[in-house]
Each structure stands twice: as structure tokens, then as C-alpha cells.
Ligand binder design. Structure first.
Ligand code: GLN
Length: 482
């Protein structure tokens, strides 16, 4: 049962082979046994989860269950869940109990899903290894001495270790796709604006997007049916017709044009990863797809542009953590200014402070034109690269991350090496496009993800591109030992 797909779980629940309470309890038992070491969850509340499971069982018995009713999911601790501690991986919010639900969470609730717990993450979603979390690092279930990726590292480790059937993540520069790649999972960052950001603690608002992390592409599609949709409480939420994200699953890929950006197969890519990705692309050719070489000439600018814009937005978003309204407040201070300073000095970790300082600097008078404005102009050029590319192809493929999971501690003292983890993912956020990662094989025993980038709103098609590959490969069903 622990390796079952969402569809299989749904069928088992509908057929009364298992109850939601039994299923939830089974995961809670695994969490109790394995989480003390893996540290994928920050908060678990068995009573609350089981109460939801009982309600789901009643709904199933009454005959008005949906596809996800009764299935337990892990929620990244960036989503506010009413009555649950919501920390965003920070000491600043160590004791914060959310007074309301994020839109994505209320969608899961409405679907009758069960919340299994809140997953670990890099502090305020800043990082690529989950090592900046105030609640400690997370182990990669494939090799416990390695990182699971970040910032959705807890969600990735939870699903990889089968401590949840699936989980939510958020992706500002790669935080769904890179941990999915490093943990052997499927993960989707939707088009910007498809999932509401309401109640999702803000990092860089013009880039942040929620998305699903699961074993298979089909599971992602089922979750997207719940997570996506207009919400007037988020001014960037898009008002569009409701879509069925499973609608294209099963369509043949014959004639699909795959663009291979030459910049994604150049310096900086690990040889073992390159080999796995090229083999996956060969598999697509066997499925009838054609490949074309394309160019995304501004790829090299994406990391520098992101590290101006994301910190700028973060410095503004994080100004609300001042000790006055909520979260941590210093115990001793002399006056208001001292209270602000001590609170923020104590509440934030080093990486968050670094981002706030960089962001404040690039937004300051005299530097705004040179950095922030320039970065915004380059962002436009990066988006144009994709616009041009999609004249030649339907989807773009390449690696999701430049390497496999690295050793804990290996990059903690070198922020730039850490930032390069998102070399192939960040441009997608800057352009607002959808991107996903699917498991494509192993290099030295560690999972490798294939990235699929689509045009705006082409999620249903992309999910089928992942799905068809998963019909002829079994990488997505592999589980770490133990
Ligand atoms: N690794 C990137 C960063 O540290 C992206 C994080 C994310 O997508 N949340 O900012």
C-alpha cells in the first residue's frame, strides 16, 4: 500500500479495502518510526489528522467522495493551516498558530483530503538543500548523508521515504523541481497565477508558485485538479475556465517537438546526469517525438537576475516580521528600534539576513536603476528567449538540476555554489512558465530528474508528456531501501 498511486488509493478507499483512518494511521506510524532521523516533518498532530480521516470515511460512506477524499497529504510548512503551527522553517514563526487556511489548503479540505503534517523546508523557502531550516536539516532517503534538495526538501523526503503518498511544495526558483530531482519524484511548478498564493507565506511574490510533488505524473494531475483555480484573495490569481488536468493523459506523443537548449547541456552539468537525461530523451524519440536543438541565449543571466529580484521582493515581504504583529519578539530591549533590531537579529537565520541585506541594497536610492531596474529589463529578455523557443518546439527538455544529491555540509559555506543548483530552473520562474521534473534514472545510485518546460497553461499536455514516459519506464516506482 505504501507504494500505491493516488488512483489506486482512491479505488481502495472507494472499494472499502481500507478506510481513511487506517491509511492515515499507517502513515502516522511510519512517521513516528522514521521521522526522528529523516526530519521531513516539522509538525505532526495525529489527533487532528485522524479527525479529518474520520470525516472522510463518513463522506465516503455517504457516497459523496471525490477522487482525493480520505487520502493523506503532507503540506509544506509555508502554507497556513488554521489551528496548526505554521513556521516557514524559521525561528521567527516557531510558535505561530495560523488563524486561517491558505487557499490551496482549503481546496484540499473541500476535496476531503487529510493533512498528515507540516513538512520541513529551508527558512522562508531560501535555499537548495533544506539546511537553512531552523528545525534542522533533512536527510535524503536515498542516502542519509546527503541533502534532499530545497527548499521543499521536507516534502520531497517525506514522499521519497513513503511518509506520505504525496505532498505540496512551492517553487520560487526551483524549489519543487530540484528536490523532486534529487529525491526521485515527479514535481510540477504551474504557470504563475494558476494556484492562489493566498495564505502561502511570501518569499518573492512575482515568482512564488505552489505545486504538487508525488510519485507519478498522473498523481500530479489529480492534485492539480484540487490545487488550481481562481481565488479573488490573490490579486495575481488568474480567472480561467476550470480545467481537468488529467484530460490529456494517454494521448500518443507522436510528432511532439522537443526543444533541447544547447545552454542546458554545456559547462556545469554533471556527466552522469547528462547521460541519464540524454537516455530519457532517446526514450521520447522511441515514443515518436522529434527533437530540435534550440537556444536560450540568456540562460547565464538567470541566476544573477534572480539574485537581484528575489532578495528585493523578500526584503519587502519580510519587513512584516517586526516583533509587533506576530511571531518572535526579543525578550529584552530598550526601545522600539532596539526591539525591532533584536527581534530580527534573533528570529532570522544567516541566509535570510543575507537576502534582506542584498534586497535592501538593490532597492535603495542610487542603486535602484543600476540593479533592480536592470534586472527587470533582463527578466523580459529571458522571457523572450522562451517565446522564441516555443515557435520551434512544443516542450523543452533538459536536466532539472546540474548534479545529483550532494553531501550535507558540502555547499553550506559557498552560497554561490548553492545558488547554481537552480541553473536550469530559475529562468522558468522569471518567465512565469510551467516546469516539471520526472524521475529519469540514477547516477551512482542517486536519482536524476528530467525537466520538462512547457508554454503558458500547457500543464495538461506536459503532464501527459511525463505520463507517457512513465508508461514505458519504472523509475518513478523505485523506492529507497529501508
Ligand atoms: N534555491 C532558490 C533560492 O534559494 C530557490 C528557492 C525556491 O524556489 N523557493 O532562492
Amino acid at each position: 500500500m505504501i507504494n500505491a498511486s493516488l488512483k489506486a488509493l482512491s479505488a481502495a478507499l472507494a472499494g472499502k479495502q481500507v478506510s481513511s483512518v487506517e491509511l492515515t494511521q499507517q502513515y502516522l506510524d511510519r512517521i513516528a518510526r522514521l521521522n526522528p532521523e529523516i526530519n521531513a516533518y516539522i509538525t505532526v498532530d495525529a489527533e487532528k489528522s485522524l479527525a479529518q480521516a474520520r470525516a472522510a470515511d463518513a463522506r465516503i460512506a455517504a457516497g459523496n467522495a471525490g477522487p482525493l477524499t480520505g487520502i493523506p497529504f503532507a503540506q509544506k510548512d509555508i502554507f497556513c493551516v488554521q489551528g496548526w503551527r505554521t513556521t516557514c522553517g524559521s525561528k521567527m514563526l516557531e510558535n505561530f498558530i495560523a488563524p486561517y487556511d491558505a487557499h490551496v489548503i482549503s481546496q484540499f479540505d473541500a476535496a476531503g483530503a487529510v493533512n498528515l503534517g507540516k513538512t520541513n523546508m529551508d527558512e522562508f523557502a531560501m535555499g537548495s538543500s533544506n539546511e537553512t531550516s531552523y528545525f534542522g536539516k533533512v536527510q535524503n532517503p536515498w542516502d542519509r548523508t546527503r541533502v534532499p534538495g530545497g527548499s521543499s526538501g521536507g516534502s520531497a523526503a517525506a514522499v521519497a521515504a513513503r511518509l506520505a503518498p504525496a505532498a505540496t511544495g512551492t517553487d520560487t526558483g526551483g524549489s519543487i523541481r530540484q528536490p523532486a530531482s534529487l529525491c526521485g519524484l515527479s514535481g510540477l511548478k504551474p504557470t504563475y497565477g494558476v494556484c492562489s498564493r493566498y495564505g502561502m507565506i511570501a518569499f518573492a511574490s512575482s515568482l512564488d508558485q505552489a505545486g504538487p510533488m508525488a510519485k507519478s505524473s498522473e498523481d500530479l494531475a489529480l492534485m492539480m485538479n484540487v490545487m488550481a483555480g481562481f481565488d479573488q484573495r490573490d490579486s495575481t490569481s488568474l480567472q480561467r475556465e476550470t480545467e481537468d488536468y488529467t484530460r490529456e493523459l494517454g494521448q500518443p506523443l507522436k510528432g511532439l517537438r522537443i526543444g533541447l537548449p544547447k545552454e542546458f547541456f554545456a559547462d556545469g552539468l554533471d556527466g552522469g546526469v547528462a547521460q541519464v537525461v540524454l537516455e530519457a530523451i532517446e526514450q521520447y524519440r522511441k515514443l515518436g517525438a522529434e527533437t530540435v536543438e534550440i537556444s536560450l541565449p540568456n540562460t547565464k543571466l538567470s541566476i544573477p537576475v534572480y539574485y537581484v529580484l528575489a532578495p528585493a521582493e523578500a526584503s519587502s515581504n519580510l519587513s512584516r516580521f517586526d516583533g509587533v504583529r506576530y511571531g518572535h519578539r526579543a525578550a529584552e530591549y530598550t526601545d522600539l528600534m532596539d526591539m525591532y533590531c533584536k527581534t530580527r537579529a534573533e528570529g532570522f537565520g544567516a541566509e535570510v539576513k543575507r537576502r534582506i541585506m542584498v534586497g535592501t541594497y538593490v532597492l535603495s536610492a542610487g542603486y535602484y536603476d543600476a540593479y533592480y531596474l536592470k534586472a527587470q529589463q533582463l527578466r523580459r529578455l529571458i522571457a523572450q528567449d522562451f517565446e522564441n523557443a516555443f515557435k520551434q518546439c512544443d516542450v523543452i527538455m533538459g536536466p532539472a538540476a546540474p548534479g545529483t544529491a550532494f553531501k550535507a555540509g558540502e555547499k553550506t559555506n559557498d552560497p554561490v555554489a548553492m545558488y547554481l543548483e537552480d541553473l536550469y530552473t530559475i529562468a522558468v520562474n522569471l518567465a512565469g512558465l510551467p516546469g516539471m521534473s520526472v524521475p529519469a534514472g540514477f547516477s551512482n545510485g542517486l536519482p536524476v530528474g528530467l525537466q520538462i518546460i512547457g508554454n503558458y497553461f500547457s500543464e495538461a499536455r506536459m503532464l501527459n508528456v511525463g505520463h507517457e514516459y512513465q508508461q514505458v519506464t519504472d523509475w518513478h516506482t523505485r523506492m529507497p531501501e529501508g
